[in-house]
Design a protein around this ligand. Sequence first.
Ligand code: UD2
Ligand code: MN
Length: 287
Amino acid sequence: RKAEEVQAVSKNAELPLCPLEPPNLQGHLDVSFASEPHTMEQTKESNPLVKIGGAYLPPYCTSRWKVAIIIPFRDRDTHLQYFLQYMHPTLQRQELDYRIYIINQYGAGKFNRAKLMNVGYAESIKDDTFQCFAFHDVDLILENDKAIYSCPENPRHLSVGVDKFNYVLPYTAIFGGVTELTKEQFTKVNGYSNSFWGWGGEDDDMYNRVKLKGMNIMRYPGGISRYRMISHQREKGNEENPHRFDLIRKTGSTMATDGLSSLKYKVIAREDYPLYTNITVDLFGPA
Ligand code: UD2
Ligand code: MN
């Protein structure tokens, strides 16, 4: 079934299917933020097969997975440089057919990570027939390429071990950081809530959505699903959301009407840069 799906969507359909285990994986990767990140130009030069808009597909086989990498973003340029420097080579070794989307929140109002994810989903499916979506913090860098960003059978939580949390899962229901859902799984839960302005809770609400729709989350073993987080302060405009506890108590009654079905935004700009697609968006936040 998977193979036929991919054949139908891939531009390289005439090539043989890529092997289930990509042969060039390295396992543990040394990730360090001690020195300056590579410039965009350097990263572009060392990733000649990445196409305009930050897209790639293996030239020698038909990828099994067509993935949109959706990154909520505002004013984290250095993090983005590290992200592109480290993640482009990793995603290519994983033999994915992928494209990186930066969903850049316009204005200085309260940040809304979850709504940016919804926008990324809605805009990316206009471009291409993605089978699944990796919802990815810009400051998390994968430290082991064996955690493949393949399209998951159940919604997948990838940031299992994060250096900031001493590589220990803070709580079993955590579903923030890096997650992956297929188109089917994401639409089943009506996407993310659009109502979480400021820091926190949007990830727990998504966990509730997944469980309420009868799905279970899956994880790779902690030994490979490991990330380093680039250290940062909490930004102005992303203060803790005091309403988050109330909101996550009500997921069951709000999820049908709050999500992809109620998503309203305005694209301010769209640029296909060499290493990523940038979409700057007005989320129509509260005053
Ligand atoms: C945790 C979660 C994150 C999210 C957040 C609560 C993990 C590992 N991370 O991260 O997924 O649930 O809590 O909202 O579980 N961002 C910007 N500009 C800003 C603010 C945020 O680009 O001004 C983006 C960026 O991609 C960042 C992400 O939003 O990585 C999450 O924000 P954070 O890194 O400040 O939150 P953090 O580290 O507490
Ligand atoms: Mn962070």
